[in-house]
Design a protein around this ligand. Structure first.
Ligand SMILES: CC(C)(COP(=O)(O)OP(=O)(O)OC[C@H]1O[C@@H](n2cnc3c(N)ncnc32)[C@H](O)[C@@H]1OP(=O)(O)O)[C@@H](O)C(=O)NCCC(=O)NCCS
Length: 143
């Protein structure tokens, strides 16, 4: 059976848990609460989604996840392109995100979509094993 496009908080939590192995997965309750917040919008394709929040004219990407068995097939690129278009349609002028400096797949994804690094927070992320890692801030102008 072909993979289903995620639609529910449970679907998003399942994909998030499968994708994020070094940081805490978000629960279905957390996704449900997030999705009820104003400005929060989701772009989903089978096995993958991107979640953004519009504040005034800027969208923050809250998370992007592709299920472990479905990675490197262009799904996150599709979800991100849909989120970028939805953000522009909502009136956003820019879109930004934070990413761990050692997250090569995510860095590759964002750079391939023409995001540019605009900041860095030293030792920002604390991993489950106690190690720390810098956060890099990336932004893409939409207009
Ligand atoms: C980051 C993530 C969402 C990418 O999902 P994906 O569906 O595998 O990505 P895509 O197949 O759409 O790849 C798009 C581009 O991203 C880059 N990329 C993706 N995986 C990569 C990898 N393992 N190594 C290097 N670059 C990678 C490449 O530039 C790729 O384009 P290409 O295949 O034409 O070379 C996925 O690896 C994931 O869920 N990781 C865990 C969660 C996470 O870290 N989320 C981001 C938090 S900020």
């Amino acid at each position: 059976m072909p993979p289903k496009t995620p639609v529910s908080a449970e679907d998003f939590a399942r994909i998030h848990r499968s994708a994020f192995v070094t940081s805490r997965p978000w629960s279905a309750d957390e996704f449900q609460r997030l999705m009820e917040q104003p400005g929060v919008h989701m772009s989903a394709v089978p096995d993958c989604f991107a979640l953004g929040r519009l504040v005034v004219d800027e969208v923050e990407i809250l998370t992007v996840a592709c299920a472990a068995g479905a990675q490197r097939q262009g799904l996150a690129r599709r979800a991100m392109l849909a989120l970028i278009k939805a953000s522009a349609d909502l009136g956003a002028r820019s879109i930004f995100l934070e990413v761990a400096a050692d997250n090569a797949p995510a860095l590759g994804l964002y750079k391939s979509l023409d995001f540019e690094q605009v900041g860095q927070r030293a030792q920002y992320y604390q991993r489950r094993d106690g190690t720390k890692c810098d956060a890099l801030i990336f932004r893409k102008l939409l207009s």
